[in-house]
Design a binder for this molecule. Structure first.
Ligand code: ZN
Length: 266
């Protein structure tokens, strides 16, 4: 590429480094330059639409200070998708090998200051958040983990709950649809990060029908009842469990002792 003196290479930050190699904001020695901004710049300048790339390639291109964990990088990719980048993975495109991504549409130029704000989406109020968490029993509707509980097999990793859209916000075209309580559900932060990548469509009717075969008659009756009612009422037992889980560790321990006695264990 030839350049005039008054023309500058847009792939370079003010200090002459490619944007994707920046660890800190231009002119700063402590403010980190976001990894999704670096990723966006690298894809924009170094890849063509239709090109594929792997996590390994991203790490090699962005340098050693990039997080060495694919969940982290996946989260960055999701930030890009929020800014109108279309980057399918093998999960949404069976033609792609595992851990390979294809650049389908270049979106927002996130390395430019202020650009990310343009893609900020509607956020729910605290009232909506509380209502949804309460309604869903303070439990992730995807994996079932309760707030503050440890993930199975991962001692010390406690779940945080947030709320997310059943149908991705990107596919809704009116503000009213975004505010629809039915479309909000409790999700743990882990499921919330990955769910949209893993589920290209919310649910397929045929697959839901196929899943019904595994239910017994009573379960089918319960399901019918919940669907007609438009909610799943939590049983007395569910409610007792939800409340017990919100006790402190010490109180919960005392409760376990009390229950053990009540059911006749020593
Ligand atoms: Zn979850």
């Amino acid at each position: 590429m030839s350049m005039d003196a008054n023309e500058h290479d847009e792939s370079l930050s003010p200090d002459g480094t490619p944007w994707w190699e920046l660890s800190y904001e231009p002119g700063s020695t402590r403010k980190r330059f976001g990894q999704e901004r670096r990723l966006a710049a690298w894809l924009w300048f170094e890849k063509e639409v239709g090109d594929t790339f792997t996590m390994r390639e991203i790490r090699a291109a962005l340098g050693p200070d990039i997080a060495d964990d694919s969940e982290h990088l996946n989260r960055r990719l999701r930030e890009l998708r929020k800014a109108d980048w279309v980057i399918p993975s093998h999960r949404n495109d069976s033609q792609l090998p595992r851990d390979t991504y294809r650049l389908e549409v270049k979106g927002g130029r996130l390395w430019i200051a202020g650009e990310k704000q343009k893609y900020k989406k509607f956020a729910p109020s605290d009232r909506v958040r509380r209502y949804v968490l309460e309604r869903d029993g303070s439990r992730c509707t995807i994996c079932g983990v309760g707030v503050g509980e440890e993930y199975p097999g991962e001692p010390g990793v406690k779940a945080r709950l947030t709320i997310g859209h059943r149908v991705p916000q990107e596919r809704l075209n009116s503000r009213g649809a975004m505010d629809d309580m039915d479309n909000w559900r409790a999700e743990c932060s882990r499921c919330n990060e990955t769910v949209r990548d893993e589920m290209p469509d919310p649910e397929q009717y045929d697959e839901v029908v196929a899943g019904l075969k595994r239910l017994n008659a009573n379960e089918s009756k319960d399901l019918l009842h919940w669907l007609r009612k438009g909610e799943r009422p939590r049983s007395r037992l569910d409610q007792a469990y939800d409340r017990a889980r919100r006790l402190s560790h010490v109180e919960r321990h005392a409760l376990i002792g009390l229950l053990a006695k009540r059911v006749g264990e020593s």
